[in-house]
Design a protein around this ligand. Sequence first.
Ligand SMILES: Cc1cc2nc3c(=O)[nH]c(=O)nc-3n(C[C@H](O)[C@H](O)[C@H](O)COP(=O)(O)O)c2cc1C
Length: 194
Amino acid sequence: MGLKIIGIIGSPRKGMNTDTLVTKVLEGAQSAGAETEKIYLNDLEIMPCQACSAFPAPDYCFFHDGMDRIYEILETADGLVIGAPAYFGTFSAQLKLMIDRSNCLAEMITLPNGKIVFKSRIQKRKKGIFIWVANISKDPEHALVSLRIWSKYFANINLVDNLIVLQSDFGGGARKQKELLEKAFQSGFLLGKS
Ligand SMILES: Cc1cc2nc3c(=O)[nH]c(=O)nc-3n(C[C@H](O)[C@H](O)[C@H](O)COP(=O)(O)O)c2cc1C
């Protein structure tokens, strides 16, 4: 059986730039033999982190809502494609909700040298691709800082590729750019076969 690759879409706009690009990556993964699925964060009804302070173990959170589906994906998928539009220089609230509600996926560990590090409670190691879709912003670094921390310490994801899309609403929109779609397909192909 092929790898299980899941697309997580952080834009509320179905069929637009982020959705189209994540879909293309998934098509590439399918062409390499992977089994794929698409999740729209906007449909999951995820409530904001309440900073309970107590640790919910063995659960990942005290609250049970749309995040339960995400926790299940993090435990079982072989690869993730996470796409989000640039909102105010970072990314959409839909993606931020998911990231904040991952806070209890990691435990703080004190190393023998006294250094404190986060260790993910998610056993399954996965590969990931992040797609950032911006119209006038040019610098993805604020979005990437957050995504890298979430991926490495909380979700147990090795981010292997980023697709940074600029001028997404120019011309016919990023979703109509053949070269970009081909690039997304290729990066999905690599994710799906590895
Ligand atoms: C609330 C909001 C904030 C936005 N902020 C930015 C921004 O800071 N930088 C930018 O380049 N585009 C910004 N945009 C434009 C979107 O990133 C752009 O339209 C993108 O293509 C949306 O992705 P989608 O087509 O997948 O929905 C913003 C759009 C909205 C609705």
